[in-house]
Design a protein around this ligand. Structure first.
Ligand SMILES: [Zn+2]
Length: 166
């Protein structure tokens, strides 16, 4: 395994950096940690701003990360990806990475209640760590909520405001 180091990151708090050049397609780290049910993860981290849970397979089991892999930050233009094999999760390079570069992968968050703003600074940054599918789902839910609010406002006798001029 290539040598890596945890140090402070411009993206967020601490990050994981390469100490040597790493070719594309190298398995770098295993995402280790306790395996718990999704429900238990929700309980454990209720109300906390950051969690390091990683959904495995169909997402009913999550890994409560510890070790180096949980320091790998999100980027919308990452140099790594996660790769699942036999229920284990690995982080692997999808590009050649130079010594000193920070390792990143796309978190593709789902099923969260809080905003998860992204500050990765890449050109195609989607300003959120949620997956594109999840962002679409959230936008649709938002539109539904607005429509329901409009319907409720009409029922309550509120009428649209405007000034008539004959
Ligand atoms: Zn981003």
């Amino acid at each position: 395994m290539p040598r890596l180091v945890i140090r402070s990151s411009d993206i967020h708090a601490a990050g994981c950096f390469a100490l040597e050049d790493i070719p594309k397609g190298t398995r770098l780290l295993e995402y280790t940690g306790e395996r718990i049910s999704k429900a238990e993860g929700d309980d454990r981290y209720d109300g906390r701003p950051f969690t390091y849970l990683f959904g495995v397979g169909d997402g009913e089991v999550v890994i409560d990360g510890h070790g180096m892999a949980m320091f790998v930050n999100h980027s919308c233009d990452p140099n790594c990806e996660t790769d699942e094999e036999d229920g284990k999760v690995y982080i692997a390079s999808i590009r050649n990475i130079a010594a000193g570069d920070e390792l990143t992968y796309d978190y593709c968050l789902y099923d969260g209640d809080d905003d998860a703003p992204c500050y990765c600074g890449s050109k195609n940054c989607r300003k959120s760590m949620y997956s594109p599918q999840e962002l679409r789902r959230k936008r649709r839910a938002e539109v539904r909520k607005q429509k329901q609010a409009e319907v409720a406002a009409k029922k309550n006798g509120a009428s649209p405001k405007g000034i008539k001029k004959g």
